[in-house]
Design a protein around this ligand. Sequence first.
Ligand SMILES: *Cc1c(COP(=O)(O)O)cnc(C)c1O
Length: 409
Amino acid sequence: MAAPRTELPPTAGLPLRWRDFAPTAAPPLARSLARLLELDDEAATLTCSGTAALVLALSALKRGSARREVIVPAYTCPLLAIAVAHCGLALRVCDTRPGHFEMDPEALAALCGRDTLAVVPAHLGGRLADLGAPLRLARAAGAWVIEDAAQALGARHADGTPAGAAGDLGLLSLAAGKGLSIFEGGALIAHDPALRAGIAELAPQLLPSSPAWELRRCVELIGYAAFYRPRGLRWVYGRPLRQALRRGDDVAAAQDGFPLSIPLHRVSAWRRNIGARAAARLPAFLDAARQRALTRSAQLRGIEGVQVLGDRRGERGTWPTLTLLFADPAARDAALARLWGAGLGVSWPFVRALPDYDYLRGTVPQAPAPNAADFAARVLAIGNSEWLDDEAFARIAAVLQESCRGGRG
Ligand SMILES: *Cc1c(COP(=O)(O)O)cnc(C)c1O
């Protein structure tokens, strides 16, 4: 595979500007995020990652309950499983419904019970999971709902509720490549006053100051600002990707191989300031991404054998990627073989169902999740960055078409 000269990102993250680094005071980042979700100023707690926000959430819930089980969808970010294990809680994996990443309501009903502490439905690639069944089933079982909006900051449910604000608690991620980034960061949303008080008490203990971690993140953030563009991404994203593909290591290529230990520390005012300044540009950035995505979704509609996941009636998702579902896994594999590594920002979101990652064998219980495995085998994502021009998009579309016609291009 020849290395392309430019490299497009697999997701559309908001590019930073050097003036985001200016030393003038910005409004606090936690407050900006709360306002984005139309909540009061105290609703969000800033954390060093989305994973850390989940650790904080579960730690707060665990203090007030003897329940010990946490239910997550079988097709989601492996970090959720690692956070549950970190908290000493028991993971229960819920298979998805056929052809989707949402938890299957029947499977979820069978898992919810007297030991269920929390259910964690997740939105993926800006597409919203329907929270109707998770909220209803969790409430009936006396469990909490933690809405994972790590990939959907700025999205809205059909009833108008912003993603992240629809559950009892909500997770946001500010990791590299997510909509808004401070290289690694996150936030925990809480509504209930007692929960908020518990979180406020736990946060300084769970996320102590760590000059070593924070210095590392500051350097990484400067690197992100410098390299998150088509010329720079070739070095920091494209090279390691193609090396992993040459080794046949799909987990590494998708960046799904996370360490089992979670950095937990305070985020400095310096990084919070940068995030807060960039946050002001997020709404316009999301609108532009949406326009691009809707136009391009329409262009892909003519390809038989590929479905672009879209919004359901009334929903307004975000568009970090166009998420495609192939009818035939062989066609997906054929498209991926030609496009992943080609520098066009095409990727495979999560490569396995949670029980199928070898490195998570000790962390995830071995329960069958056939629908999640099938979704993993048929999904493909096109990064919806502003750098993907019409010509490059046409090249992607041509490969998709050829792959669906029989895998030979
Ligand atoms: C990124 C992500 C997380 C974790 O967020 P980090 O900030 O990377 O720790 C959780 N859930 C989903 C669906 C994600 O994509």
